[in-house]
Design a protein around this ligand. Sequence first.
Ligand code: OGA
Ligand code: MN
Length: 232
Amino acid sequence: MGIITGLLRQFYRKSKLCPVINFRSASDVSPLRCEIKGDFSWLCGSSVDVLDAIRGHVEVRENFITEEEESALFKEVELGLKKKKYEFNHWDDAIHGYRETERLQWGSVCAGILARVRTTAFPEGSPLLGPVHVLDLDKTGYIKPHVDSVKFCGSTIAGLCLLSDSVMRLVREENTADCVDLLLSRRSLYIMRDDVRFKFTHEILKDEESFFSGHRVPRERRISVICRNLPV
Ligand code: OGA
Ligand code: MN
């Protein structure tokens, strides 16, 4: 098991998970209707207040990479991934239907892309986690609500989304009615910082529940390439 694998995710205890699971059951999630005007078409939430609370701590940059860059990343990460089997049966895991790997050394095209991610997402001089985390979700795979462990990762996470659109849901731990959805389009970069990392759980919706603002977002196989910084 690598540094990232397993350690970053601090699993919810069953009792804590319940409110979130209740909230998630597909039939009673009405579409989140609050949106912000302007360049925030990727964001919707349960209230204006929750949008105000997360605004500035979360960003989605659509088309951050080109189709050619997506192919270059895919080719390189596929080498590490295809040696592994998808995990489906660990019901205690935060993730269902996935395989993952870490990569430290990259070819020049990918190294260039990752350098761009890092200068975009992290303050200059912020100590970064060296290996990049690559998470491959099967079409039927999904990420359950969780908070990444504060022991192993810092205030910021930046993820490139390959192969499929998806919906990331953020739910406030102290009040699970406060909820925000992010439309993570294929080839986008998302960045989450500070309170959004620690006071909200994050999850990637399964195909059957994958809706954004009432619109269906079909989930295919999805790969995320994630850079993190270190805790201070
Ligand atoms: C994780 C996680 C999000 C993603 O690995 O802890 O939340 O975009 N991943 O894959
Ligand atoms: Mn996580």
